[in-house]
Design a binder for this molecule. Structure first.
Ligand code: COI
Length: 356
């Protein structure tokens, strides 16, 4: 393994930590952050951990105008025996480089990024909350910093990692959420950037989110960008349906984010001999399964959302109530197993977790 030498400047002004019931999602940040710079010709350089602070960028920096940016989301957990555990961090840095490739951002050294993250967590370890359902959410991201308004790839970038103690992403917690299926707008198209984790995908999802909120729904379910017929993803999570005993999730087609929790749940279902299929699934098939009473469960998966049961889907004028609006048996099993592996109360036969 190659080594990375990181300069560390500790804060002299530690912040108060929020009380657990105020955590919510992504509202508080730890005392330190990691930064790494890139300049064409020199490469990535000057890795440092510094006190958490604002960054100063030229108003012409490309990230503000042309959204040349990528990000990741992963979590650190305090295990039942008070050790720090990361869930599949290598997969996140691998996916970051896949997103980098799509956004014309130079790749990072994945081993160095993991080492930097471990050091940052060691510095801010006391920020990992210790209650069930809480964790330290980690947000690595890269921004294009060239102050040049021509539409071309930046020659300078910053890679930054910030961390935030979090509770549940949805105010509902593990209670089933209500989701509106969007008929008009689309999030991404095949050939676009939907499969990369880049800010623009999330900006394009805001309109749907606003429409859903106005109708009292938590999130939007996006259909494919071409025919508006096939189920894609929710934006903050991938989606699964249990139909007649088989768990079905949309196959990755380039416009769907390849979720790490999604992949983990497919592996977990296979290991439990529960039939699971990755394939195209139309909204008509979901509605038909509801009508003939074979739609048994629906749930979303994501780092932020964990496993989130879906209690209602609204499509056009029809309200599809899933499992009487209650969490299903398979959804509960996946949630319990995932949480158990993450907090160390269950064995990790998949080798997903790393202890610090
Ligand atoms: C995550 O699950 O980590 C995400 O990135 C989803 C969302 C909060 C943007």
């Amino acid at each position: 393994m190659t080594m990375i030498e990181i300069k560390i400047e500790l804060t002299t002004n530690k912040k108060d930590k929020p009380t657990i019931n105020k955590l919510g999602f992504g509202q508080f940040y730890t005392d330190h952050m990691f930064i790494l710079d890139y300049i064409e010709g020199k490469g990535w350089h000057d890795p440092r951990i510094i006190p958490y602070q604002s960054i100063s960028l030229d108003p012409a920096a490309k990230v503000f105008h042309y959204s040349q940016t990528v990000f990741e989301g992963l979590k650190a957990y305090l295990t039942v025996d008070k050790r720090v555990r990361l869930f599949r961090p290598e997969s996140n840095f691998k996916r970051l480089n896949i997103s980098n490739e799509r956004l014309c951002i130079p790749s990072i050294n994945e081993e160095h990024a993991l080492e930097a993250l471990k050091q940052l967590i060691t510095v801010d370890g006391e920020w990992i909350p210790n209650e069930p359902g809480t964790s330290l959410y980690i947000r690595p991201f890269i921004i294009a910093t060239d102050p040049y308004l021509g539409v071309s790839s930046s020659k300078s970038f910053q890679f930054i990692i910030i961390m935030s103690p979090v509770g549940s992403y949805y105010k509902e917690g593990i209670k089933p959420v209500k989701i509106l299926v969007e008929q008009h707008y689309v999030r991404a198209v095949v050939g676009g950037t939907g499969g990369a984790k880049t800010g623009g995908n999330y900006a394009s999802s805001l309109k749907g989110q606003e429409i859903a909120s106005k109708e009292g729904y938590s999130q939007t379910l996006w259909l494919d960008g071409k025919e508006k017929r096939y189920v894609e993803e929710v934006g903050s999570m991938n989606i699964f349906f249990k139909i007649n005993g088989t768990v079905v999730t949309p196959a990755l087609n380039g416009s769907i984010l390849p979720g790490i929790t999604r992949d983990s749940m497919i592996q977990l279902l296979k290991s439990k001999n529960i039939p699971v299929e990755e394939r195209r699934i139309s909204i008509d098939e979901v509605i038909e399964a509801y009508h003939n009473r074979t739609l048994e469960e629906a749930f979303g998966t994501g780092t932020a959302a964990v496993i989130s049961p879906i209690g209602e889907l609204k499509w056009k004028n029809e309200k599809v109530i899933v499992n009487n609006g209650e969490i299903g048996e398979v959804t509960q099993m996946l949630y319990d197993t995932l949480i158990g592996i993450q907090n160390g109360s269950l064995e990790d036969p998949f080798g997903w977790t790393i202890m610090l």
